[in-house]
Design a protein around this ligand. Structure first.
Ligand code: HEM
Length: 418
C-alpha cells in the first residue's frame, strides 16, 4: 500500500479562501499528484482530482454525503432528508422519481417552451427599462417557468419574493455568518409556502394532472410504501425549483461567451442549428466555474490506485480542476464548442454536475434541463432580441464562489425582434 502524499501546510482553509476554484489544483500541482492529504477547517481530508478520481468518488456507492458538507451549505442547498443525503437502494428509489420527470424529453420540452414564453413576455418590460441586469431578469423568468412547469400556482405579487428566496439559497451557500443565517431564515418561509401547496395537492384541493412534477413529488412513496413526510416532500420540491433558477448563472455565462465570441453569435444568427447551440452550452458548462468541489464520507475501507482509504474519511473531489485538466481537455482555458462532449455520455471527464450514471450515482439528474434551457436562452439572445453590452467589468475573481461578474451582466437598448 503506498502512502498518500501529505500537504505540509497545517491547514488549507486560508488557501481555499484565497485561491477559490483553483485551490485544490494549485496544491496538487505543487505536490505533483492527483491525490493528497491536508486539513480543511482543521479537519483531515483527502483531496482528489481527475477522471479516475471522479470514477472512484461516484461509482460503487463508496461515499455518503451525510456529514460531508458544512451545515451552512447543506441547509441552503439539498437539505436534510433529500435524495442527496440518501445511500444505496433508498437513494436509487428516490432518484428514480426525479429522473422520471427531469430526464424525460417530453417534460423537458414542455419546460423549455414555458421558459421561452416567459422570456418573450418579460422582454417587453426589458425594452421599456432601457438597461437590465441579465442575471436578475433571467432569475425572475426561470422562477416563473419553474413554478408553472411543476404546477405550483402563485400570485403575481409573490413572484419577486420567491425569486429572491430561491436565488439567495445559491448565492449564500458559499458564505458563512450573518448572510447565511438570513438566507436560512428566508428559506424557512419558502418551505412553509411550498409545504402548504403540497398539502393542498394531497388533499385534492389543488387538482393537478398526474404528470405534473409537484403532483409526482406529492404522490411519491418511499420503499416502505408510505408517502414522504411533508417536510421531506417540501425539501424535494425545492430541490427541483432552486436548481432551475440556478441555471440563470449559466445563462449569464452563455451571454458572456457570446459577447466574447461575436463570430459564433453571428453564426447562430445566420443559421439556426440546435446541435451547435447545445455544443456551445456544453462548453460553457465545462469552462465557466460553478461548484468548485464536492465532498463525501467513505462508507467503508477500500483501496484505490494502491492507496488505502478508510471508512469515515472525508474525501473532496475537485470538480473545477477536473474540467480544466489539460490531460482531459487540450488547452483547457480556451473556449472551444467544437469539443465533442455531452452530459449524455455520463462519463467521468465532463463533470460540472457530477460524474457517472445518474440513475446509480449522485450525479445531477438536471443536466438535460440545464443544457436545453441554456440552448434555448442562446436562441432567444441571438435571434429573438437585439441588445448592446455597455462597458462594464465582467471579470470574475477565482475566489468569489459561486462565480458571477459583479454587474450580473448588464444589457442595454434591448429590442425584441419580431
Ligand atoms: C444549474 C446548474 C446545476 C449545477 C452546476 C448542478 C450541480 C450538481 C452537482 C455537482 C450534483 C452532485 C452532488 C453530489 O455529488 O453530491 C448535483 C446533484 C443534484 N442536482 Fe444538480 N446541478 C444543476 C442543475 C440542476 C437542476 C436543473 C436540477 C433539477 C431541476 C438539479 C437537481 C439535482 C438533484 C436532485 C441532485 C441530487 C442527486 C443525487 O443525490 O442523486 N440540478 N447537481
Amino acid at each position: 500500500m503506498s502512502q498518500i502524499p501529505v500537504d505540509p501546510l497545517p491547514d488549507l482553509t486560508l488557501n481555499l479562501l484565497r485561491d477559490g476554484y483553483d485551490f485544490v489544483s494549485k496544491r496538487a500541482d505543487k505536490l505533483n499528484t492527483d491525490v493528497f492529504r491536508g486539513r480543511l477547517m482543521l479537519k483531515p481530508a483527502i483531496f482528489v482530482r481527475g477522471a479516475a478520481a471522479a470514477e472512484m468518488f461516484y461509482d460503487g456507492d463508496r461515499f455518503t454525503r451525510q456529514g460531508a458538507m458544512p451545515t451552512s451549505v447543506l441547509k441552503l442547498l439539498q437539505d436534510q432528508g433529500s435524495v442527496q443525503t440518501l445511500d444505496g437502494v433508498a437513494h436509487r428509489h428516490r432518484k428514480a422519481m426525479f429522473i422520471s420527470f427531469l430526464m424525460h424529453e417530453g417534460q423537458v420540452d414542455r419546460l423549455a417552451a414555458i421558459f421561452r414564453e416567459e422570456w418573450l413576455s418579460a422582454c417587453e418590460d426589458w425594452e421599456r427599462a432601457g438597461e437590465i441586469s441579465l442575471f436578475d431578469a433571467v432569475n425572475a423568468v426561470l422562477t416563473r417557468a419553474a413554478l408553472r412547469w411543476t404546477g405550483v400556482p402563485v400570485e403575481n405579487q409573490q413572484l419577486s419574493e420567491l425569486t429572491a428566496e430561491l436565488s439567495s439559497m445559491i448565492e449564500n451557500a458559499g458564505r458563512v455568518g450573518l448572510r447565511n443565517w438570513v438566507a436560512r431564515a428566508r428559506r424557512q418561509r419558502t418551505e412553509r409556502f411550498f409545504s402548504a401547496k403540497l398539502d393542498q395537492i394531497r388533499r385534492g384541493e389543488l387538482p393537478l394532472a398526474e404528470t405534473m412534477p409537484a403532483r409526482i413529488i406529492a404522490d411519491h412513496r418511499d420503499l416502505n410504501g408510505s408517502l414522504l413526510d411533508l417536510p421531506t416532500a417540501t425539501v424535494e420540491l425545492i430541490n427541483v425549483l432552486r436548481p432551475i433558477v440556478a441555471i440563470g448563472r449559466y445563462i449569464v455565462f452563455s451571454a458572456m461567451a457570446l459577447h466574447e465570441h461575436p463570430q459564433l453569435a453571428e453564426a447562430f444568427r445566420r443559421d439556426d442549428d440546435v446541435g451547435s447551440r447545445l455544443a456551445f452550452a456544453e462548453e460553457v458548462r465545462r469552462l465557466y466555474p460553478f461548484f468548485p468541489v464536492v465532498g463525501g464520507i467513505a462508507r467503508r475501507d477500500f483501496e484505490w490506485r494502491g492507496h488505502r482509504i478508510a471508512g469515515g474519511e472525508w474525501v473532496i473531489l475537485d470538480i473545477h480542476g477536473t474540467t480544466h485538466d489539460p490531460r482531459l481537455f487540450s488547452d483547457p482555458s480556451r473556449f472551444d464548442p467544437e469539443r465533442i462532449q455531452s452530459w449524455r455520455d455520463q462519463d467521468h471527464r465532463l463533470i460540472p454536475q457530477g460524474a457517472g450514471n445518474a440513475h446509480l450515482t449522485h450525479r445531477c439528474p438536471g443536466e438535460m434541463i440545464t443544457v436545453q434551457l441554456m440552448a434555448e436562452a442562446i436562441r432567444l439572445l441571438v435571434q429573438d432580441m437585439s441588445y448592446r453590452v455597455p462597458p462594464q467589468d465582467l471579470s470574475m475573481p477565482p475566489n468569489r464562489i459561486p462565480a458571477l461578474p459583479k454587474t450580473g451582466m448588464r444589457l442595454a437598448a434591448i429590442r425584441r425582434q419580431r
